[in-house]
Design a protein around this ligand. Structure first.
Ligand SMILES: [Zn+2]
Length: 148
């Protein structure tokens, strides 16, 4: 049970700097992450979505860039993970998984997730493809990148 949607809780999106404790994620984005999870759950068994990175405050975003942590997009001056002027973050890095016949957890191909969001938000959203995860943000204009 989540406190934002059926499966997502605010704490999952909290900045990992351990100082700002900002977990103010845009609920519209979380609604879409939930909708995608629900759709994938029709096709795969016991789908879960792990938030790898949610809010990143300025200090934490700088730190992730220095460490070259996956998720940093070279050349992007302002990450959608960073809170806007109202303190709200609009981006998350997520990994959708399902349960195999053997009871193992497998990663759902990020292309499938990417395609799902692209189909619903063809003129907006920032969608980044990575080997084992997706970046998804609900910016008002279209941005796409492939870092696999
Ligand atoms: Zn922080």
């Amino acid at each position: 049970m989540g406190d934002l949607t059926a499966n997502f809780s605010r704490s999952e999106f909290m900045c990992k700097c351990n100082k700002c404790f900002n977990s103010n994620i845009d609920v519209e984005l979380v609604d879409e992450l939930q909708e995608c999870r629900d759709d994938l759950n029709q096709k795969y068994k016991n789908v879960k979505c792990e938030v790898k990175s949610g809010i990143r405050c300025f200090a934490h975003n700088e730190a992730t860039q220095r460490k070259n942590v996956p998720g940093y997009v070279a050349g992007s001056s302002k990450s959608q993970h960073m809170p806007d002027e109202d303190g709200v973050g609009h981006g998350a890095d997520v990994q959708y998984t399902y349960e195999t016949e053997d009871g193992e957890r497998e990663i759902i191909n990020p292309i499938e997730v990417h395609t799902w969001f692209d189909g619903r938000h063809s003129h907006s959203y920032g969608l980044g493809l990575y080997t084992n995860r997706n970046h998804i943000d609900n910016r008002r204009y279209r941005a796409r990148w492939d870092k696999r």
